[in-house]
Design a protein around this ligand. Structure first.
Ligand SMILES: [Zn+2]
Length: 407
């Protein structure tokens, strides 16, 4: 799931929810204590409401100012300190965040719920600051207090993934599967598939081929769209001398995920060349494109293959077909220029190329919004997405590095 850009927002929302829940528990606790303190004093203060409003509108400095004032109105209010700490973290003041949250842990008579929330926030502080071991410890402590805390499980899984501790990540995802409803089934299977594939890749690296193969097979069984598992399984089989097995699983990938077929085709081209039967690759490409009128990558692969083998005249047709289907890909244009050169810039073909390329659309002058990452083909003064003024900068795209060596 691509939620990286939304993390600060999610964190702020979590902080709010956490704050509300903790606030309720706090209220109850104080009533039991018998002393009369107006628990809602701080939250009723305009500073608190203003602080939250500034937080939501991303005016962090003002939010901190108002929340700090609200905290002074009622120094005991746990939720305000919790949120303040989170805001410090989100703007990179990690040690300050840790300080605030650790001070909360020192409070006597924290309820189990409060204890868990403070630890969760502290774990996020450690994670943000790069203190991986302490973050792991904090999240595990949360789970000791509340074994079904899905936030703690999710953060713990991410930490293990970052550390390439795939076994632990896999185990935690299984726990999350048990805790979540059927609506997340497909998503969970996809993640489990990729984690299983990572376990296989690890075994493959350590030259434990049988174990690797079992993981890759299991990844495919878990979720048939785990593309890298097909590629890796073929690699393992080929290394063990099972070329037909490799061909079988790569061909299967082309059927299951035709939009990723080019990844299998790269490998098939190499294998058939090694076996001294390059014409089998041509056959495979032609078989594949015959039933897929939209595909451009297999047509490109076929054209490049024929060009490399000195059959430029035969390469023209599949390359122009690729160009018609994707006139925006620079790799297609490069392949066509290579073939045109081999054909001594045949005037009729160059003319045909110019006409076909006329429909090509490239980003003439790409710009991106610094605030929300909205992309535009030209400089704009106000972002149509987040409505910020003057937020666009020139987007620099690095040149592709592979293509020159391949052509
Ligand atoms: Zn924007």
């Amino acid at each position: 799931m691509d939620w990286e850009p939304y993390l600060p927002l999610i964190a702020a929302l979590v902080a709010l929810l956490v704050g509300l829940a903790v606030g309720k528990a706090w209220e109850r606790y104080k009533l039991r204590d018998g002393r009369w303190i107006d628990r809602r004093k701080a939250r009723d203060s305009q500073h608190y409401v203003l602080g939250l409003n500034f937080l939501v509108s991303n005016q962090i400095d003002l939010a901190i100012e108002e929340l700090s004032r609200a905290a002074r109105v009622d120094a005991d209010a746990l939720e305000i300190h919790l949120i303040l700490g989170n805001v410090y973290r989100e703007r990179g003041q990690v040690s300050r965040a840790i300080q605030v949250h650790q001070a909360l842990l020192q409070r006597p008579k924290l309820t189990r719920l409060e204890h868990g929330y403070v630890l969760l926030c502290l774990g996020l502080d450690f994670k943000r600051g790069g203190f991986v071991d302490r973050a792991l410890e904090a999240f595990k402590e949360v789970l000791r207090l509340a074994p079904d805390n899905q936030y703690a499980l999710l953060y713990l899984e991410k930490l293990h993934e970052e550390q390439h501790q795939w076994d632990e990540a896999y185990r935690i995802r299984r726990q999350l599967v048990d805790l979540s409803g059927p609506d997340t089934h497909a998503r969970n299977q996809a993640i489990l598939g990729f984690l299983e594939n990572a376990l296989g890749a690890e075994a493959q690296k350590a030259e434990r081929a049988d174990e690797a193969a079992r993981h890759f097979e299991s990844a495919i069984a878990t979720d048939a769209s785990t593309t890298p598992a097909y590629l890796n399984l073929g690699d393992v089989r080929l290394l063990a001398g099972d070329a037909p097995g490799a061909i079988a699983v790569w061909t299967e990938l082309m059927e299951v995920a035709p939009e990723r077929a080019h990844l299998a085709l790269e490998r098939l081209e190499r294998l058939y060349a090694q076996q001294g039967m390059p014409q089998l690759f041509e056959t495979e490409c032609r078989r594949f494109v015959a039933s897929r009128p939209q595909d451009w990558r297999a047509r490109l692969a076929l054209g490049v293959h024929l060009t490399k083998r000195g059959q430029a005249a035969q390469a023209v047709a599949p390359l122009f077909e690729a160009l018609e289907r994707n006139p925006h890909g620079l790799t297609v244009h490069q392949a066509i220029w290579t073939v045109l050169l081999q054909l001594d810039l045949d005037r009729a073909l160059v003319q045909r190329y110019i006409e076909a390329a006329r429909s090509a659309v490239f980003f003439l002058d790409p710009h991106v919004c610094l605030k929300c990452h909205y992309r535009s083909t030209e400089l704009l003064w106000q972002c149509p997405h987040c409505h910020e003024w003057n937020s666009f900068v020139e987007e620099r795209i690095a040149a592709a590095q592979q293509s020159s060596s391949e052509m």
